[in-house]
Write a protein that binds this ligand. Structure first.
Ligand SMILES: Nc1ncnc2c1ncn2[C@@H]1O[C@H](COP(=O)(O)OS(=O)(=O)O)[C@@H](OP(=O)(O)O)[C@H]1O
Length: 733
């Protein structure tokens, strides 16, 4: 028997064990419950803060310098976009809806498309949203749609909008639009159909690029771009949906009066990308125009991305820097030995950024050693490093070739320069030459072409003048008499730009041009840029070195472009490989452009061009008409051609490549330019594919005469003609 006490002790012991167990269990339950609660709270916190982060992206971003990308909010991670459909079912033409023919943003859009050599079609955006035909047979007519004013797209009537959306989805076509607020617009509103708010009429500053934006191609996400952005009418997008990605951010400068208020110093998207996750259509919206250079760059990339890379610029950029007149310069403005040393050092420095970079030096031997003592030593230092550079000849005495009517005197001048080159070990086989002031290159002075070939075996030259100096984006190349003429670009350095402080328009103009201005976009938009600079840009303040070092730095910081240099012959082949359709020239009247007239030989005239053309067609009585016309005392025609008799047949076939001197030689010099009428009859201009554009270019004001008769009469006459000439088709008729 267990004693009671003991019994009770035992039972007490048992009881306390159970109670302990119970307490432990209770504690465990409480602990577990607490743990669960804490987990829930933590999860809720993170969920909430995650949501908040998405909603208040800009607030988070405001605390970081966007150059430090690892601290930027999670939304800036790589994203999956909806794949663009096969865009090859559309023509590579952009449909641009502009506000008016003269609207400035519309013109900027067109300017970039033209400079990129993309095809486009312009429509004035109608109020209701009526659309042009988008499909031809089963093919889409447009690869991309651009709205200068995105509100025209957003507010179009539902019928047109659903048509456009259907087209975009079916053909994988994206939309680019610009939202620019005016003084009248609301400061804050919801963009109809989009899950984000828009704030307008703002000034913004300090901007950076989302490095994970799938749009980026040419553009490289770089450091924070400090400073105010142009204009005070910016729109910013406050996104709270993961289907939209910011592309560019900027801080708001004037947020005081905003309702609802937004934090000062926060980053907000000025460009957003609708990833197409919602309705299958990619859209890129700009909260301003294209005045800001980074918007221009992103616009180029948006066109590339949304066209499935069919309207895209390659990343290779070839740059050739010519230094003209390396010995020609006023005493006191030329290079001394230190300048030459700096030239060599900079050339080496630039090679790190521009593969194979080499300055291309042009020389006129007559001016060697015509500076001060120090400058003459500079000349010798240049020749002491002759192998470090590429060289190209000018005229011996820097004369303009169009002043030489006689080819043999041009040849003489060139021989003198060649002798100088041989005496000083300057290479004579580069195949490239440039003429002072573009003289003789375009408009073509045929004597120059002939002399170049004979003396130097020149195969390449360059000019800014074809077809005209301005607009620069229309400059083209051509091949004439086996000489490849490449377009030259303008870099803003001339004989008189020798001091930074005295740069035209103020020194900051040069910096602006380099940092996202004209010079920068010249490189971005032209696969090949040949720049002409002058000796005096490398002495004095050495502006030439300043310009190209800073340009290369800027291009490298903000783009993915691969800069390189090629010797002129290879460069020319590359050019016509890229632009084969430019090989054939299109001649213009040299007297229609003042700059061209100035470099057109005084011994030649522009008056020996026809005022009207009888274009055929054949067998319609053109010979009879020709004979009747020449009976008139004021109507004069060409002298006969040995091969084609009264017809010159210039515009239709290969005679065109003989040049305008050849053509004009057929015509008399009119005794009275106003009352005399020169004309030409070539009956096969009528069916020539080339003749219309060639004639429109050279004689744009010429009247055209054509004779139309009953086609069966013409066919019968043609049949007789073929029979009498034993033509191949006569027996088939
Ligand atoms: N005044 C007048 N009115 C109408 N038709 C005329 C006139 N004069 C010539 N002819 C007829 O035109 C035919 C020759 O045309 P073309 O001179 O244009 O021929 S060509 O293309 O230059 O070879 C040729 O036609 P066929 O005789 O039928 O061959 C000419 O007879």
């Amino acid at each position: 028997m267990v004693p009671l006490l003991e019994q009770s002790e035992g039972s007490i012991y048992n009881m306390s064990f159970i109670m302990k167990l119970h307490r432990h269990f209770q504690r465990m339950v409480i602990l577990l419950a607490t743990f669960c609660m804490v987990s829930i709270i933590i999860s809720a916190y993170y969920l909430y803060s995650g949501y908040k982060q998405e909603n208040e992206l800009s607030d988070m971003a405001s605390e970081v310098d966007c150059g430090d990308f690892q601290h930027l909010p999670y939304r800036l991670m790589e994203v999956k976009t909806r794949k663009l459909s096969d865009a090859s079912r559309t023509d590579p033409t952009v449909l641009v809806f502009v506000e008016s023919q003269y609207s400035s943003l519309g013109q900027d859009i067109i300017m970039i498309l033209e400079s990129s050599r993309f095809h486009y079609h312009i429509e004035i955006a109608p109020g209701k949203g009526d659309l042009p035909a988008l499909i031809e047979k089963t093919r889409g007519k447009y690869i991309l749609i651009i709205y200068e004013n995105i509100l025209k797209y957003i507010n179009m009537d539902s019928w047109n909008r659903s048509l456009l959306d259907k087209y975009c989805v079916e053909y994988g076509v994206g939309v680019i639009g610009f939202h620019k607020t005016s003084e009248k617009s609301l400061q804050s509103f919801q963009l109809k159909g989009f899950p984000f708010s828009v704030y307008g009429n703002l000034a913004v500053k300090d901007c950076c690029i989302n490095p994970h934006s799938p749009l980026l191609h040419v553009t490289r996400s770089s450091k924070l771009e400090k400073g105010s952005l142009p204009g005070t009418d910016w729109t910013i997008f406050q996104i709270n949906h993961s289907a939209y990605q910011p592309v560019i951010f900027a801080k708001v400068k004037t947020p005081e009066n905003l309702s609802p208020p937004i934090p000062k110093g926060a980053f907000y998207a000025t460009v957003i990308h609708d990833l197409g996750l919602h309705d299958g259509i990619h859209r890129v919206l700009f909260g301003s125009n294209l005045n800001f250079w980074l918007h221009k760059l992103i616009f180029i990339d948006a066109v590339s991305f949304l066209s499935g890379k069919r309207l895209t610029l390659s990343l290779d950029r070839y740059i050739l820097v010519d230094i003209d007149d390396i010995f020609v310069g006023k005493e006191g403005t030329r290079m001394n030995t230190n300048d030459v040393k700096a030239l060599l050092d900079t050339q080496n420095l630039l090679r790190a950024q521009i593969t194979n970079f080499t300055f291309n030096l042009g020389f006129s031997g007559k001016f060697y050693h015509t500076g001060t003592e120090e400058e003459d030593e500079g000349d010798d230092r240049l020749l002491g490093s002759v192998d470090e550079f590429w060289w190209f000849p000018h005229m011996w005495s820097h004369m303009q070739p169009h002043l030489f009517h006689n080819e043999s005197s041009l040849v003489e001048q060139m021989i003198l320069n060649k002798k100088f080159a041989l005496e000083h070990g300057i290479p004579t086989d580069m195949g490239y030459a440039v003429a002072p002031h573009h003289s003789g290159v375009y408009p073509v002075h045929i004597q120059l072409y002939e002399a170049w070939r004979k003396v130097w075996n020149i195969r390449i030259t360059s000019t800014e003048e074809y077809p005209h100096l301005k607009p620069a984006r229309y400059r083209r190349g051509f091949i004439h008499k086996h000489i490849m003429v490449l377009p030259r670009q303008t870099c803003g350095l001339f004989t008189h730009t020798i001091f930074y402080k005295e740069y035209p328009g103020g020194p900051k103009e040069l910096d602006k041009s380099i940092q996202g201005g004209e010079l920068f976009f010249t490189v971005v938009l032209n696969p090949i840029s040949i720049f002409m600079t002058h000796l005096s840009n490398y002495g004095n303040d050495r502006l030439g070195l300043y310009t190209f070092v800073n340009l290369a730095n800027f291009v490298q910081s903000w783009t993915n472009l691969r800069l390189q240099t090629l010797p002129p012959v290879q460069l020319a082949h590359k050019y016509f490989e890229l632009f084969p359709d430019q090989k054939d020239p299109l001649w213009q009247n040299p007297c229609d452009d003042k700059r061209h007239r100035d470099i057109w030989s005084k011994e030649k005239t522009c008056d020996r061009l026809p005022k009207f053309l009888v274009i055929g067609p054949q067998k319609t009585g053109t010979t009879a008409l020709y004979l009747f016309l020449v009976m008139h005392p004021s109507i004069l025609s060409n002298s006969p051609s040995p091969k084609t008799f009264e017809e010159v047949q210039f515009f239709n076939r290969n005679n065109y490549h003989r040049g305008i001197d050849w053509y004009m030689d057929f015509f008399p010099v009119p005794s009275n330019v106003t009352t005399d009428f020169l004309f030409e009859k070539s009956a096969n201009y009528f069916h020539s594919e080339e003749a219309p554009k060639r004639a429109a270019s050279l004689v744009p004001k010429a009247k055209i005469i054509t004779i139309l008769i009953d086609p069966s009469d013409r066919a019968y006459s043609w049949y007789q003609h073929q029979r009498s000439h034993e033509g191949p088709r006569s027996s088939e008729v």
